[in-house]
Write a protein that binds this ligand. Structure first.
Ligand code: AVI
Length: 317
């Protein structure tokens, strides 16, 4: 009989492998998904309420303002597939505006969080069929095959999470989503727009230090889960703009020449050396349209705010 490995253990082994590879390479980096343990997710929720962090507030405003047009774009009796189960505010705005949605399918890798979010939405929309799917939507993933095919399927990917994917990953994701949604499918995708760095950078380096805590929490996570020896007072948070990549990058900067024990190995850091922990790509409307086109989508709607900080886009095949 096959022995079942608990999910938490598999996760820890994947984390260990990524840390070993990322800290062992000449340019140190860690995949940004490891920022989101329980503490990291709490800190991210806090970030979304910060005065400097405009994306969440702006996207919510756009959804509120243009909900009726979005509902018309989606059509009646839609099956809504959400990539990543958020805290539910934006989802509730969309579902409340839609004309009699048929099924809601939230997909998230964190099964517990997904069940909780789904239960909360079920209370608010008792008549709605909710079919949560636990899985990683950045990898190959199948939807349940008994979902209704009669009505339009609509993909919902808010939050500008697409910006945290590399261009190749984003293209792959958009292609897979097209496959999930089928020939008549449509999608609503939140995209953070290019803007003045004076506005952009403080969103990733706030005055209260919440983003710094969010970033450095990944080092604490290594200490907690992989018996790491990071001294947090010897690392600092940095947010920087990478013009070539069109992305804000978060780095953890070593404040000294030092050696850190990580799971039985020793990792050397020179003063000023960094660990790249996240990229947050910002698109122009044309740049995003080109990315979508490469994945077989046309951007046929752009809903935005008065300052054009953020765009909620409507995609058709
Ligand atoms: C989740 N994601 C869209 C956020 C962003 O803006 O890229 C993550 C984040 N990183 C630092 N602050 C927020």
């Amino acid at each position: 009989m096959l022995e079942r490995v608990p999910v938490r253990e598999t996760q820890r082994e994947a984390f260990r492998a990524d840390v070993r590879a990322g800290l062992g390479s000449p340019k140190k980096s860690l995949p940004s998904r490891w920022l989101y343990d329980d503490r990291g997710s709490e800190l991210f929720e806090e970030i979304t309420r910060l005065p400097e962090y405009y994306p969440t507030r702006t996207e919510t405003l756009i959804l509120e303002r243009h909900a009726a047009e979005m509902a018309a774009f989606c059509g009646p009796r839609a099956t809504v597939v959400e990539y990543g189960a958020g805290a539910g505010v934006k989802t509730a705005l969309l579902l409340a505006a839609l004309d009699n949605p048929a099924v809601y399918v939230p997909i998230d890798i964190a099964g517990d969080f997904l069940e909780l979010a789904a239960a909360r939405l079920q209370q608010r929309f008792p008549w709605l069929e909710i079919r949560p799917v636990t899985g990683d939507f950045t990898a190959d993933l199948d939807l349940p095959d008994d979902l209704p095919r009669l009505n339009a399927r609509v993909g919902f990917f808010p939050g500008s999470t697409i910006g945290n994917l590399s261009e190749a990953e984003a293209r792959g994701f958009l292609e897979r989503m097209r496959g999930h949604l089928g020939p008549g499918g449509r999608a609503i995708v939140g995209v953070d727009l290019r803007k003045d760095l004076a506005r952009l950078l403080p969103a990733y380096d706030d005055g209260a230090g919440v983003t710094a805590a969010f970033n450095l929490n990944v080092l604490e996570r290594i200490n907690r889960e992989l018996e790491g020896g990071f001294d947090l007072s010897r690392f600092a948070h940095e947010a920087r703009w990478n013009e070539r990549e069109g992305a804000v990058e978060m780095h953890a900067v070593s404040l000294a020449d030092q050696t850190v024990a990580v799971g039985g190995e020793r990792v050397a850091f020179a003063r000023g050396e960094t660990i790249h922990t996240e990229s947050s790509r910002k698109y122009s409307a044309d740049g995003f349209a080109a990315l979508a086109a490469a994945a077989g989508w046309r951007v046929t709607r752009i809903w935005t705010d008065d300052e054009r900080l953020f765009a909620v886009t409507g995609l058709e095949p």
